[in-house]
Design a protein around this ligand. Structure first.
Ligand SMILES: NC(=O)c1ccc[n+]([C@@H]2O[C@H](COP(=O)([O-])OP(=O)(O)OC[C@H]3O[C@@H](n4cnc5c(N)ncnc54)[C@H](O)[C@@H]3O)[C@@H](O)[C@H]2O)c1
Ligand SMILES: [Zn+2]
Length: 376
């Protein structure tokens, strides 16, 4: 039996931020990416909240790949301020931090009703519509994806104007994170017609718009399409789950200082080849996932006379997209430290990661080590 729940209410399009003016007399705890304060984008939120006579305070000590310490500090501030509404505005890091703060504050202080409104300012994670929050234990060098329905934001506001300032490199990284979400969801064990529909649309939108958004950040249409793609990919993987691309990215993310999206992008061609059971021009042991990858190639108009050639076409197209976005093909350029024991640890952590449970192809420690060694 499949349960398909898409419960976050989405406001999008011109003036989507007006939604905030409908809240009246609330105590609002705003979790904001530091960029949102520095760039004064926060004033757009404050202007709307003022209309409804709301009170607010802002927490903006958010680091990328938010560490546990960010969450603990936020929970303490929530206890003091006693909000009845949380607004998270920023990239996936700010939204994930807010989701974890809400979760722990609600559990510890027994808040029954503390709605969360997520306003993404990057087009990548889809966190505004997912029940995931990824928190980092910097001391242990481990990233933990928390998964619970209680982490789902009640509302998401998609305003394209907020993403126009995203720099080129972050546009590329986050856009490829979206592509990874959609492709992983498409082949995931729990994929179904509903998640496929969102994943297919998101994949089309990425291939059609990411390079344009990268080349010209002011291209409103490309930005809008990428913003929608990110949320759609989020809906897809929230239904279907992800796979080892994300498990390995989480495990490497706390060890190598490379952004989440870029890690996914570097890993993606090798992970697809492994999941499909192909290597170069050889079909080692073709796996069922190859049929899904080939199906994607057909949808994208790429050559796919059989499942193996279709998978190869998809990999080639992803490599072409990455090259247009100046993304590295391997970890070589990053000079990361990778002793045998570090690779073993990354592989073990990846297998324990919750995303591995929905990967389409059975994975062992040595498979992950092989994928990583090929990219080192
Ligand atoms: N919860 C989920 O479902 C989910 C899914 C995928 C990834 N993640 C997590 O999300 C995090 C990554 O999020 P991200 O890729 O959005 O990056 P991010 O939130 O870390 O932001 C990256 C950088 O972009 C800046 N930034 C944000 N908005 C901007 C804007 N409008 N203009 C200019 N700069 C801006 C930030 O200040 C930061 O320096 C990782 O921790 C990852 O593990 C979560
Ligand atoms: Zn991701």
């Amino acid at each position: 039996m499949n349960k398909i729940e898409i419960s976050t209410v989405i406001y999008s399009g011109e003036n989507a931020l007006d939604r905030l003016s409908h809240f009246e007399n609330h105590n609002v705890f705003i979790v904001a990416d530091p960029f949102i304060i520095k760039s004064k984008m926060i004033e757009l939120i404050e202007k709307q909240l003022k209309k409804g006579n709301n009170k607010w305070t802002s927490f903006s000590d958010i680091l990328p790949d938010p560490p546990i310490e960010n969450v603990v500090a936020g929970v303490e501030e929530i206890a003091q301020f006693e909000p009845d509404l949380i607004i998270a505005i920023g990239g996936g890091s700010a939204i994930d931090a807010a989701k974890a703060m809400k979760e722990f504050a609600s559990r510890i202080y027994k808040y029954e009703d503390l709605p969360l409104i997520a306003i993404p300012t990057t087009s990548g994670t889809g966190s505004e519509v997912t029940s995931f929050s990824v928190i980092t234990d910097s001391e242990k060098g481990v990233k933990y994806p928390l998964v619970s329905n209680s982490l789902l934001p009640e509302e998401a506001i998609l305003d394209t104007n907020l993403v126009k300032t995203v720099p080129k490199q972050i546009t590329a990284d986050t856009g490829l994170d979206t592509l990874t979400h959609a492709i992983e969801a498409y082949v995931a064990k729990n994929a179904n017609d509903f998640s496929d529909a969102f994943a297919e649309k998101a994949i089309h939108l990425v291939f059609e718009n990411l390079v344009d958004a990268y080349n010209d950040g002011e291209n409103a249409l490309a930005r809008e399409k990428m913003h929608h793609a990110s949320t759609m990919a989020g809906i897809a993987f929230n239904i279907a789950g992800l796979g080892i691309n994300h498990s390995i990215a989480h495990s490497c993310g706390a060890k190598f200082k490379i952004s989440h999206g870029r890690l996914n992008a570097i890993l993606m061609p090798s992970v697809i080849a492994f999941n499909a059971g192909i290597q170069g021009n050889t079909n080692i042991d073709l796996k069922p996932a190859a049929a899904k990858y080939a199906q994607l190639s057909r949808l994208l108009g790429l050559p796919a006379t059989n499942n193996a050639s279709g998978t190869r076409s998809l990999i080639k197209e992803i490599k072409r997209l990455k090259s247009n976005l100046n993304i590295e093909e391997s970890f070589k350029e990053f000079h990361v430290e990778y002793t045998a024991s570090i690779l073993e640890e990354i592989a073990q952590l990846s297998l324990q990661d919750s995303c591995t449970t929905t990967n389409p192809t059975h994975t062992e420690t040595e498979n992950i080590i092989t994928i990583l060694r090929e990219l080192m």
